[in-house]
Write a protein of this length. Structure first.
Length: 395
C-alpha cells in the first residue's frame, strides 16, 4: 500500500478511490445496493426529461427559470405540502439549514433554549454543533441507546424543552423506526403532556410512512413541523423542504433568507426533486418489502463468518447495515474487484466506526435490486467472500 500519494511517481496515473468506484459501478450489469451513478451529461439530460406518468402535474420546461423561489420551485413546494397534507412547505437548499431553522423557530416560540434530540441524530452528529454555535440551543438526550426514546424516558426528562426532534428512521442506529403506536404515544407526550413541539426529521419520511403502514399525511399530522430531503431516497441533486402550518412556514422563509438560503435560481434542484417524487414514491412499497428478502439472503450467505451481522433484522425500511470482521480497506478492495471482474456491484462504501477490524456498509434496496432473487444475492455474496481470501471464516 502507498502512504503519501505525492511520493509515489505513479499516483497521478491512478484514479482516486471515488473515481474508481464510479467507473466500476457504471460498468456493472447488475447492482444490488443503490443505483448506477450518472455522469454530468446524463444528469443534465434527465432534468430535461422528467417523468410524465406520475400522479402529480408535470413541470413546464418552456417556462422561464425560477427567480428567488417562484416558478417551478414554488410548484414543488405546493406539491410537497399536498403530499404531506400540510398547509404549506418551503424549499431549502440544504437539510442542515432547514432543521436549524425549524428548531430555532420552536425554541423562540416557547421561550426556551433547550430541545430534545438523539446523540445519533443528524443535528447532533453531522452538523458541527450548529444548534449551539448558530442558535445557542442546548440539546437534551432522553436516551443514548441506538434506538428512539421511549415514553418513559421522555417523561423522565428533568427540565422543559421547546421541541423534540425525531429522525425517521434513525440512520446512525441502522435506519431504525419506532412502531406506529410508539410514535403516536411519543407525539402525545410531547404535545399534550409537555406542551412542546414535535419536529420530524423526515429526510427519509417517504419510506418511513410505507414501513409504518400509514399514509404520509397521517404521519405528518403527528408533528408541528416536518423536514423532507430531496436527494436521499428520491435521488435529487440537493435540496430539502420544511412543511407545516402556514405561520410556521412563513417564519421559516424569513429565517431561510437570513441564513443565506434565498438563492437566485434553484430550478435544477427543483426539477430533480420533482422527478424523484414521481419516479420513486410509487416504488417504495416494493423496495421496503424486497429489503427483507435481500437482508435474509445476506445473513445466510455470511452466517459462517464470525462477527458478521445484518442490522436491523428484519430491516425497518429499504435500508439496513451489514457488518463484517475485516478492515474497510480490505472490504472496499473486494467490492471493487468483484464489480470490475464480474460486472456485479454488490456493496457501496465500507466504513470502520465502532471497533477496529469490523467494518460496516449501508445496503440500499432500490430499483436495480428488484430483480435479484435470494439465490442471486447468495451467489454474489459467495463470489465476494472468495475475493477476501482463505481468512473469510467459512465453514
Amino acid at each position: 500500500m502507498y502512504g503519501n500519494r505525492s511520493q509515489d511517481p505513479d499516483a497521478a496515473d491512478r484514479p482516486s478511490p471515488a473515481d474508481r468506484r464510479f467507473a466500476a459501478l457504471r460498468g456493472c450489469e447488475r447492482i444490488l445496493s443503490g443505483v448506477r451513478p450518472q455522469t454530468l451529461r446524463e444528469r443534465l439530460a434527465a432534468l430535461a426529461d422528467p417523468p410524465t406518468e406520475g400522479k402529480g402535474p408535470v413541470p413546464d420546461l418552456d417556462a422561464r427559470p425560477d427567480q428567488y423561489g417562484d416558478g417551478v420551485v414554488h410548484a414543488l413546494e405546493l406539491r410537497v405540502a399536498e403530499l404531506l397534507g400540510t398547509e404549506e412547505a418551503a424549499f431549502f437548499p440544504t437539510g442542515t439549514m432547514a432543521q436549524q431553522v425549524a428548531l430555532r423557530i420552536h425554541a423562540e416560540a416557547a421561550g426556551l433554549r433547550t430541545v430534545a434530540t438523539h446523540p445519533l441524530a443528524h443535528t447532533d452528529r453531522h452538523e458541527r454543533h450548529a444548534l449551539g454555535v448558530l442558535t445557542g440551543l442546548r440539546t437534551l438526550w432522553p436516551t443514548q441507546a441506538p434506538r428512539h426514546p421511549t415514553v418513559g424516558e421522555l417523561r423522565a426528562l428533568g427540565e422543559p424543552y421547546a421541541a423534540l426532534s425525531l429522525e425517521l428512521p434513525l440512520r446512525d442506529a441502522g435506519f431504525v423506526l419506532p412502531e406506529w403506536a410508539e410514535l403516536r404515544a411519543l407525539a402525545s407526550v410531547v404535545r399534550a403532556e409537555h406542551g412542546a413541539a414535535l419536529h420530524l426529521d423526515g429526510a427519509r419520511i417517504w419510506e418511513s410512512a410505507v414501513a409504518l403502514g400509514r399514509p404520509l399525511p397521517e404521519v405528518a399530522a403527528l408533528a408541528d413541523s416536518v423536514y423532507v430531503s430531496f436527494y436521499k431516497t428520491l435521488g435529487g441533486i440537493s435540496g430539502a423542504a420544511l412543511a407545516g402550518p402556514a405561520g410556521f412556514v412563513r417564519t421559516a422563509r424569513a429565517w431561510r433568507h437570513r441564513y443565506g438560503g434565498q438563492l437566485f435560481q434553484q430550478w435544477p434542484f427543483a426539477l430533480a426533486a420533482w422527478s424523484g417524487l414521481e419516479r420513486e414514491l410509487p416504488l417504495l412499497e416494493r423496495y421496503v418489502a424486497h429489503a427483507r428478502t435481500v437482508a435474509e439472503a445476506l445473513a445466510r450467505a455470511f452466517a459462517a463468518v464470525p462477527g458478521a451481522r445484518v442490522h436491523p433484522a428484519p430491516p425497518h425500511t429499504h435500508q439496513f447495515r451489514l457488518w463484517l470482521p475485516y478492515s474497510a480497506e480490505v472490504l472496499e478492495e473486494a467490492s471493487l474487484a468483484l464489480a470490475e471482474e464480474t460486472g456485479t456491484g454488490l456493496f457501496g462504501a465500507w466504513r470502520e466506526r465502532e471497533l477496529p477490524g469490523l467494518a460496516m456498509t449501508e445496503v440500499t434496496v432500490a430499483s436495480p435490486a428488484l430483480d435479484w432473487t435470494a439465490a442471486d444475492v447468495e451467489a454474489a455474496a459467495a463470489a465476494f467472500l472468495d475475493r477476501l481470501g482463505p481468512t473469510a471464516g467459512r465453514a
